[in-house]
Design a protein around this ligand. Structure first.
Ligand code: FES
Length: 143
């Protein structure tokens, strides 16, 4: 069996939603201290819905495929769906990742969560802090 699924290869070779949203409502950037990869997610939110999502990923093919798939999965969805997106859901949508590449999908989940946190904070919206990565114990986040 090939190491990477056709879907991973497709999203790596033809990533969807690459770029920057200049007037984004929320931006989340995470990095993995071990591999040095960085992922930045931009969200445009209207009426509690993700109307657009873009990413910039400086990282491995799995990280690029994960960001591409993750942005596809949340576009057009309510904010609550985006908040509930797990890295497992991204991996499943990609038809799997090799075990040593699972952490690449974690970056996508964390970057989206941080972008939503940024959106809540910019707009003074109350949010449940337990739904977000714990910044004190985590070395992924660059903030
Ligand atoms: Fe670092 Fe994939 S190897 S995100």
């Amino acid at each position: 069996m090939a190491l990477y699924s056709d879907k991973v290869m497709d999203h790596f070779r033809n990533p969807r939603n690459v770029g920057v949203i200049e007037d984004a409502d929320g931006v989340g950037e995470v990095g993995n201290a071990k591999c040095g990869d960085i992922m930045k997610i931009y969200l445009k939110i209207q009426d509690d819905r993700i109307v657009d999502a873009k990413f910039e990923t400086f990282g491995c093919g799995s990280a690029i495929a994960s960001s591409s798939m993750a942005t596809e999965l949340i576009k057009g969805k309510p904010v609550s769906d985006a908040l509930a997106l797990t890295n497992q859901a991204v991996v499943e949508a990609l038809d799997g990742l090799p075990t040593h590449k699972i952490h690449c999908s974690v970056l996508a989940e964390e970057a989206i969560k941080l972008a939503l946190k940024d959106y809540y904070e910019r707009n003074g919206i109350e949010y449940d802090k337990s739904q977000f990565p714990c910044c004190e114990s985590c070395d992924h986040c660059s903030h």
